[in-house]
Write a protein that binds this ligand. Sequence first.
Ligand code: SAH
Length: 515
Amino acid sequence: MTERERPGAKGIVHLVGAGPGDPGLLTVRGRELLARCDAIAADALANPAIVSAARMENPGVEVHDVGKRGGSSESASQDSINDLLIRLARDGKRVVRLKGGDPLVFGRGSEEAQALAAAGIAFELVPGVTAGVAAPAYAGIPVTHRGVATSVTFVTGHEDPAKAETQTDWSALARTGGTIVLYMGVKSLPRIASALMAGGMSPDTPAAAVQWGTHPRQRTVTATVATIADVIAREGIGAPVITVIGAVVALRTELAWFDRLPLFGRRIVVTRASAQATGLRDALAALGADVLELPALRIEPLDAAPLAAAVRQLERYRWVVFTSQNAVALTWAALREAGLDARALAACRVACVGKSTADALLAHGLAADVVPARFVAEAVLDSLAARDDVRGSRVLHVAAAAARSVLPDGLRALGCAVDVVHAYRTVSGGDGAETLRAALERGEVDAATFASASAVRGYVDAVGPDLARRAPAVSIGPVTSEAIREAGILLAAESTAASIESLVAAVVASMRGAS
Ligand code: SAH
């Protein structure tokens, strides 16, 4: 604890700049505070990934989403944000007020600090990397350059030059000859550009617009001050955008680096089932990838009564079908609970959806009669249909809730009487699985990486077997590749060695092939 936090003092509000988007551009001080504060009040422009990371490090933290979007009536008003900060601090809490970029550059951080000062609340100002410097930097545009621009002006585009009350002297700005960095107000750009040219700026002056700067979805367009507004409109560039006007823009041809990274613009899935996931995520992000993380899954057993009843009447069934290792584990728990063991299944035939399920069964002393090569319901059904002891028999199917009905439907079509017991459901931690499913549905995922066979199964469980097949996979080695093929997923590349570096190289190689 530093002196700034004043031991013994009541609450405090730290106004922290989150940086422009890339979580790596958060300051060390900002990260420290996020890791041990009591409450976070975050802006819409602060990258949610920074808040998620803080939640992982600081699980007890209370998070207030006070995203203020220009003019939206749903967003919290500035007064209510001030009131919230004051109330939290008066409750004795250490509050991080997280704002996009730098809190004091067009961020109203100073107004919040004024309100805190007036209320007698202690505060700290933690600067951040402002979008006006960072977005150009990630587009390969330095805001100053020796011999090209000796000054830079940060200006808000909310000051429409067509309005009488404007405070900005656009013609004076035109005469500085320095770089102009425009925040906000893409809509006013046509009038701002006209005002600059009317003030003497050459219409050929280079200009660039950088949307979502430092984010994996960053987009940059270049033009001249005369044409930039049209180009922005034509390319469908919308907020958040930084517009840079000045000779420095021309340096982008030489200095562009971020959008030239090998995985720039690629959406790649990293599954959290392995401990190496963080290293993999960071390595892919460093190459420019937009990394979608699949959060760890939890298995939640459902009402135990139906399974308990089923295991007491196993002699009624000719076949028992297990969907997963979880189904096996829960069935075993139910058997033991009923004072039974493997012998209760002695007269049954057993089918498993995949090899790992069969292995789990073998660990209990039972060899499965049917294990298809691919771990999908259709494959089990095909294998069962090919036998002569299935038609018309009674089948117990131990499955996950929300499992597809392919198997029971198909078995019923074969004249079987099928009892389905939903023994568990998979619950994902956070909204990562939802985001991922949506991205897969829209066909926006370029590849999914797997560092283990269990990660493949976790992925299939989380997104479902159909969506899982929408994106090609990159595997860490032969065993994982086998699991990928079993799941019916296209294998785009296999790592030559079982290391993260080699897996990343395989991703890069597969993307080169794909583009
Ligand atoms: N305090 C912030 C700016 C807030 S004003 C900072 O220091 O960066 C909001 C404006 O910032 C947006 O309209 C846009 O012009 C700019 N902005 C913020 N983040 C951006 C990003 N990642 N890419 C491009 N522009 C961004």
